[in-house]
Design a protein around this ligand. Sequence first.
Ligand SMILES: *Cc1c(COP(=O)(O)O)cnc(C)c1O
Length: 383
Amino acid sequence: MTNPIPFGRPFIDEREAEAVLKVLKSGTLVHGPQTAAFEKEFAARSDAQEAVALSSCTAGLHLSLFALGIGPGDSVAVPAMTHVATAHAVELVGARPYFVDVDPLTGNIDIELLHSANFPNLRAIMPVHYLGLPCDMTAICSYADSMKAVVIEDCALAVGSTYDERPVGTFGLCGSFSFYPTKQITSIEGGMVVTNDAAFAATLRKVRAFGYSKSLEERSRPGQYDVNRLGFNYRMSEVEAAVGLVQLEKLDLILALRRRNYELLAAEIEQVDGIKSFPTEHGAGKTSHYCFNLVLAAEHVHLRDAIQDNLGAAGIGTSIHYPSAVPQFTYYREKYGYTKGQFPVAEWLASGTISLPVGPHVQEEQAIAMARTVRQTLERLLA
Ligand SMILES: *Cc1c(COP(=O)(O)O)cnc(C)c1O
């Protein structure tokens, strides 16, 4: 193809640039009106009472567990197929992640395996809306209730995804979103935790900033404060929030373009034998089209890298979500002694899928050409 298509490219124009300049010239780089406005707008968009802006989605996951006092001796259920951040957040508080294999149809946590697992001291379940397709939140929340565990949704790839016609993030206690540059919208780096629990949001605000007893606005004298609990510096900057606010205004457009590109790819690729993709709707869940996934039939898995190389040579950027089942990453394998084959579905997805770009940076003609090239490449290599 004439112009290479990267897997992800932030959808940035003069509006973000102007917003950033304005913040830089204002002199207020943290603790300012941009972050407050971004929280308010994001909460409204998420049908959530509260939104707490943070330095990343990982910070949000970690902070949520930390704020709940989850730690050594506790266990947290995590899907075996996710970004390592989900499991790392659990490790960082000293609790143990218990990996649950995923459903081959959706890539989301397998509900039957969740029910049949035997978790010691289960305190939380962290469902991940894999590639933006919501998990079965009704089943997960009712299981969590029966176990007296909380639900913390990993919504990193799910801005704009809905379950039962409601935005994801508040089906359990809270949900953490990512604004990393390749996600649906970006704030450069950044994350947001949404919740309907005002007391929990207040705790998050406190522990994202050192555990100060009083926030900047609440202090009667500048520079004077007490610290009444342990905390981090996980704040979002005003520059990041300003970018996020402009991106939020573009969200409907971004989601529409993602859907268009997704459907153009699906129309061609669905006709290739030996290739599947994930559903865009499942149960009450609807995706926000993070990417188009090629899921190779078992007999073609050995061709994955060759397909990826051929697409790259044709100018099509790809990604892999994710390159290993999390328990098979060296850190987890060595720490907990996992062996190959313990998470067969997650391991198959790690070796047998390729993610194609559908972001708003892909023009309509490019998406049409890409769909044709992908189909031809697959037909040639799978023949
Ligand atoms: C990207 C991603 C994260 C991490 O997000 P950051 O904002 O980079 O911390 C966490 N979970 C999932 C599922 C992701 O895809």
